[in-house]
Each structure stands twice: as C-alpha cells, then as structure tokens.
Write a protein that binds this ligand. Structure first.
Ligand code: ISE
Length: 358
C-alpha cells in the first residue's frame, strides 16, 4: 500500500488526552494533519476542530467512513473503543486506540478475530511508556544482559489525585494497566498470574476506596513484578521502576531535567501530571505511528499491537478477580494468532542518545 503524504488523521474523542493528541498531530508531527474530529460532546468537538481547522463529524462512524481520512485515532471512552476499532479495520484504515483496547476480554477477542480475518495489522494501542526514553534505556540494559538474568522488578505508579468517579477497580484497569504492559514488554513474556493486596487506606481516599494497592505480577518464567499503585499521593506524579538481575540492577533515573544543589539541599523537578511526565513519549509514539503508515509496508502498526491490548485486558480481568478474592488469580490467554508472531521494525524515532549506559 502506498500512503498519502501528509497522512490525514481523524480523531474520535477529544477530551483531555484526545485534544492533546489533536494538537500534537496537527502542530508537531511531521507528515500528519488532522482533518476530522468527532466527540459525543458536539460543542467540544467544534471547539477543538476550530483550533486546527478540521471538520466536525456527528459520529465516529461517519468520521471513519470519510474518504479523506487515511488513519483514525480513538481516544473516546473505553466502552466505545470496540465499535470504532472494528469499523476502522473493516474500512482498512490504520487505527491508533488509546488504552484500553477494549474493557473486556470478549471485546478484545472480536478485535483480534477481525484483524486476523483482514490479514493485516492495523491496530496500534496507546501504551506510550514503550516509547519513553528512560524505559527504553532500561530495556536495552535488560536485553543486553549486563545485569544478568532478570529476577524481579519493582515499580511504583503514584498519581497526585484522581477525579471523584475513579474507583478501586480503576487503579488496576486505568492506572496499573501501564505497568502490566511494561512488564510484558520488558521481559518479552506473558503474565501468568496476578495478586492484588490492599491494606491501610490513605486518609486522602474517598471512604471505601482501596488505595494504595500492591499488585504482584508473575511472568511465564517466574519473574515477579511488584507494582505500588496509588492515586492520592498528593505530592507528585511519581513513576519508579527497577529491574533486579542476577548480576546487577537497572532503574529509571529520577529526573530527565537538571539536579540543583544549593543551601545544603538538592532539588530536582518532579512532574505533577502524567501528561507532563510522558509528553516526549506521546510525541515519539505518534511520530512512529505516522512514519509507519507513510512507509506503506505490510502492516500499519508500531509498538503495542491488538494482541498486547488483549493480553493487558486479560491481566486486568485477573487483577480485578484478585482484588476481590484476595488471592492469586491465573491469567489464561487464547493461543497467539500467527499475525502477531512476526517482529516489528525498530522504533527509529526513539533511538537512544549516544553514551546511554548499557
Ligand atoms: C491515566 O489514564 C493514564 O493513562 C496515566 O498514565 C495514569 O498514570 C493514570 O493513573 C490514568 O488515570
């Protein structure tokens, strides 16, 4: 397939992250333009469309059917993802879907079936941490073998606060889902079991809300990953990760910025919002996506595939069962279709800087 240049993108759902993606695609992604927008809130669609000179469609289905739209971004509410992703696959258009691919394993199954029937990978899932330079540097060390065979991973995912509609279950499905994807990607292994522990509850959480949670993932070869997930940390958006190997450890550096030392103390900026922490990763993710579509190869996906979206949702389902049972729950996956077994092109847009320790 030979794609057009620039790639004309339609965006469905322009709430917080959807609008951010519209601006990123329209203003700082070379080779992309945003031509169409749809949102359940029509006024919001119109106001975001006006910022970038795009047309507004009444529905996501209409947007996908628009002949000028080469590729689709789905950033609407999770339960709507399946309908839009299936419609994009049916139209043969590359589709970038924010996490979750779909909230239930059955819905993800239907997406896998549709993509397998189409015979072409068209779906990319928005697990942006795979494009984050710190995580990528960490993975290079793990794969390079200098710290020996990986045994454990420690992770922390602390949000400053969350809106009042946030639930204990969403700490697994909306927050820790990123750590689930990182663990699968870091070790190139599936997760086979999940345990979720909750103990003393933060005084800042709503009554009945189980925050923080300690989530323990076990990979197929037995690597244990503990994730402290909390959403009322108050002080900062604090993301940690450390892999412990047989011969050493590798951890995410504390800050991408400068460390200031003065008056007997060291100061380093810690972001307060996830958009700030991961903006470079979101930018890299969209650059890579537009590049792969423009290259017009066999598959129009880069980074996390529909299989990755399915596996993450299956782990979240086990996580929810574990949250309620208090015991370890197994993750059972369907056999991996052949379509997802070939490797993807390297992410050249996120190549690591010279001198990165390996
Ligand atoms: C949000 O949807 C995200 O994707 C953020 O990365 C995560 O930190 C936050 O907890 C989620 O609500």
């Amino acid at each position: 397939m030979t794609a057009r240049n620039p790639i004309s993108v339609g965006v469905i759902g322009v709430g917080v992250i959807g609008r951010d993606h519209v601006l990123r695609l329209a203003r700082r992604t070379v080779g992309a333009q945003v031509v169409a927008i749809a949102d359940a809130d029509n006024d919001r669609a119109r106001s975001v469309a006006a910022e970038v000179g795009a047309d507004v469609h009444a529905t996501g289905a209409e947007l996908i059917a628009d002949g000028r739209v080469d590729a689709v971004v789905v950033a609407s509410w999770g339960p709507t993802h399946e309908e839009y992703v299936l419609a994009a696959i049916a139209a043969g258009k590359p589709v970038f879907c924010e996490k979750p691919l779909a909230p239930t394993r059955e819905a993800c199954d239907r997406i896998l079936d549709a993509e397998v029937a189409a015979g072409r990978r068209l779906v990319t899932v928005g697990f942006m941490r795979r494009h984050d330079q710190q995580y990528r540097a960490m993975k290079e060390v793990v794969v390079g073998g200098s710290i020996g065979a990986p045994l454990l991973m420690h992770a922390a995912h602390r949000n400053v606060s969350v809106p009042s509609f946030f639930t204990s279950e969403m700490i697994v499905t909306d927050t820790a889902v990123h750590d689930i994807d990182v663990a699968r990607w870091m070790f190139d292994e599936e997760i086979v079991a999940v345990t979720v522990l909750s103990g003393r509850v933060s005084g800042k959480a709503q009554p009945g809300f189980r925050d923080p949670q300690l989530i323990i993932l076990q990979t197929a070869s037995g690597i244990l990953v503990d994730v402290e997930a909390s959403v009322n940390a108050g002080f900062a958006y604090d993301i940690r990760g450390e892999v412990v190997g047989e011969d050493g450890t590798v951890e995410l550096s504390e800050s991408a910025g400068a460390v200031v030392k003065r008056a007997g103390a060291a100061h380093v900026r810690v972001p307060t919002e996830w958009i700030e922490r991961f903006t470079p990763a979101f930018d890299a993710e969209f650059r890579a996506w537009i590049d792969v579509i423009a290259a017009g190869g066999t598959h129009a996906t880069v980074g996390p595939t529909a299989w990755d979206g399915y596996a993450a949702t299956a782990c979240c389902e086990a996580g929810l069962a574990a949250l309620h049972s208090g015991t370890q729950e197994r993750v059972e996956l369907r056999p991996k279709p052949e379509l997802y077994c070939t490797t993807q092109p390297a992410l050249t847009s996120t190549a690591l800087p010279e001198g990165t320790p390996r």
